[in-house]
Write a protein that binds this ligand. Sequence first.
Ligand code: PLP
Length: 438
Amino acid sequence: MLYYSLKNYQNLVSFEDAVLTGLSPDGGLYMPKYIPKLEPQFFHKLPFFDMYAIAMFIIKPYIGKYIPEKFLDQIIHDTLNFSFPLKKIHDNIHVLELFHGPTLAFKDVGAQFIAGCLSFFSKKLEKNVTVLVATSGDTGGAVAKGFHKKQGIEVVILYPYNGISSLQKKQITTLGENILAVEIHGSFDDCQNLVKKAFLDKEINKKYILTSANSINVGRWLPQMFYYFLAYRQIIVKNLIEIIFSVPSGNFGNLFAGMIAEKMGLPIKFFIASTNVNDTVPRFLKSEKYHPLPVKKTISNAMDISNPSNFSRIWHLYKKNIFQLRKKLSSYKFTDEETLKSIEFIWKKYKYMLDPHGAIGYLGLKQYLQEINNTSDPAIFLETAHPIKFLDHMPSFLQKKIVIDQELEVFLKMKNITKKISLSNDFNIFKSWFLEKK
Ligand SMILES: *Cc1c(COP(=O)(O)O)cnc(C)c1O
């Protein structure tokens, strides 16, 4: 498989180069050159395969010869090392729980997969690779855990000094070894700006093989296709049926992965992109005007993004045709108040605890099903994080009820590493530290 840049379709690179650079040098995102089609028989047989075999079958064409099957199989086993249960909430509405990974966020799958790929490439090149990421919370933890102790890889994570929760901070700062956490005196946008400038800086690029680990990187979103297949595997009984998916969306990487799965042949009837009040995409679907506004802070903070990078991939996939896109996608936004109300409602009525992101997924699904008056097709919303990650934002009567499992308890009791790097948001100061660090 080759990948082309969205800024210049003639710029083709291998999977290896797409993962090692993150973004095309012309600034465009990479897209797979074609989308392989799967035979209908594959879907009939899905319940009889284990999840590793399914994952291998789906992802192999996207990687080709760049990672030998033996290693790819190992990477898949390391990536899918937790479960993805599908549970019925009520009527035709189901939840796909994606938060059983090591950092309790769906981002664990993408982070562990890209860590495996980069570690393989670094060994092959006999060179160290440096991963530089900015985080507003969830990405940092998943990336830190996914890359921890991976040979040949060093990870530098920038986070805003007062912008992430204490649990998220522990997840980033307590691992040490090849994981360097840097607190930036500034906002998430400042962190992101430092990363962007570093990618363009000649001296930094001369010294390091630098790549990203957020969802602009194909190595992050490709494995997210697995969720949709694994959900389908749990829901089909006899006949092939079509599913409706609601995806709580921020940078739209997760939704894009689902759309690729659908183009491969997975029977998905419709998608709902559910957002918080950062609603660029819901507005776009109505007016066809793409007009990001300044980011608003919400209780579903992993989705506080107003210019989602992966939406350009979706728009390209639907050939920039609003009518085609509307046939497959609706998008709704919800306020914090609506989010909290639904968490409370679902708990009281069905004894199921949603986190703020999953609650938005549920609300989007409900609204769509009501609009089309559909109560029969199987419908699934993705639950992207464990409610404990957003403890401070949960309704207070629920905070005490959140069950802490053992592993998490260890995390909560962990002390922060005392040796912490703290920098201002000035690029020159960051750059001299970055070039000198040991
Ligand atoms: C990252 C994240 C999202 C948004 O996913 P995208 O792929 O960026 O749209 C939703 N929920 C949680 C908990 C997240 O961490």
